[in-house]
Design a protein around this ligand. Structure first.
Ligand code: DGL
Length: 256
């Protein structure tokens, strides 16, 4: 029988935070696909994101036995999960969404949700937001996901400066709130820095997503195998992704 894989997709490194959380709960064969040709997704339309995702999934389904696809990206989930479920009827899709419910259940009354511009525009996001018990304010920092990504992949001064600017904007906006809701998997990579700086609860949905995956995938493969694929190939990228994944797993991720 053909080996079974769980497919994770994001525009870049953000979904590694979801994958690491999942690997902490179960063992399986994973494929991680970074659509780096089209990153950031936060700058693209709903129609384009659906087009990119369906092409990636179709291509991988031809080669691999995949039953579960994890959209390890809030932008991909809020814009496309419903259409993907209709299009790929035999696949089980699991999405990542801003942790608004977690914040509500924890009693946050005035939280700030950080997400990409595309996520904040989606009907699915606004429905989720309307279900919160308290007030949820939103903040989009269009360059934040890429400044995190670029810092982790390429150590250059201009990326560092951009990240510091973005981080400062997030912290100054969050200061008047009682919690920060992460609405992009890239932001999970800075959750410890946010917590250390703000001393506020940081709501991250990744653990809930990992629990859903572990519940769905009953057979443990006995080892965690991860294969990496990219829509734009670059020398050494697989090694960089592996290194970032092991840093997240070891709780030693450091963006700056
Ligand atoms: N990691 C992504 C998310 O959760 C997307 C960042 C981007 O490509 O804009 O939304």
């Amino acid at each position: 029988m053909k080996k079974e894989y769980i497919l994770f997709i994001d525009s870049g490194v953000g979904g590694l935070s979801t994958l690491a959380e999942t690997m902490g709960l179960m063992q399986a064969n994973f494929i991680y696909f970074a659509d780096n040709l089209h990153s950031p997704y936060g700058d693209h339309t709903k129609a384009d994101i659906f087009k990119y995702l369906s092409k990636i999934i179709k291509g991988l389904l031809k080669k691999f036995n995949i039953k579960i696809v994890v959209l390890a990206c809030n932008t991909a989930t809020t814009s496309s999960i419903e259409n993907l479920r209709t299009y790929f009827k035999d696949i089980h899709f699991i999405g990542t969404e801003p942790a608004i419910k977690l914040a509500s259940d924890s009693g946050a009354k005035n939280a700030l949700c950080l997400a990409t511009p595309t996520t904040l525009e989606q009907v699915r996001f606004n429905k989720l937001k309307s279900m919160a018990n308290g007030t949820v304010r939103t903040l989009s920092v269009p360059s934040l996901a890429m400044s995190i990504e670029n810092n982790l992949l390429y150590k250059k001064l201009n990326f560092r400066l951009q990240f510091l600017k973005d981080f400062h904007l997030v912290c100054s906006s969050a200061a008047s709130h009682d919690g920060v809701i992460l609405g992009c998997t890239h932001y999970s990579l800075i959750k410890h820095d946010l917590y250390k700086t703000l001393c506020l609860p940081i709501f991250d949905g990744n653990f809930g997503v990992a629990k859903q995956i572990a519940k769905l995938q009953k057979n443990n493969s006995g080892c965690n195998e991860v294969r990496f694929y990219f829509s734009r190939k670059e020398m050494g990228l697989t090694q960089k992704y592996r290194k970032i994944l092991s840093q997240i797993l070891a709780n030693k991720i450091n963006v700056c």
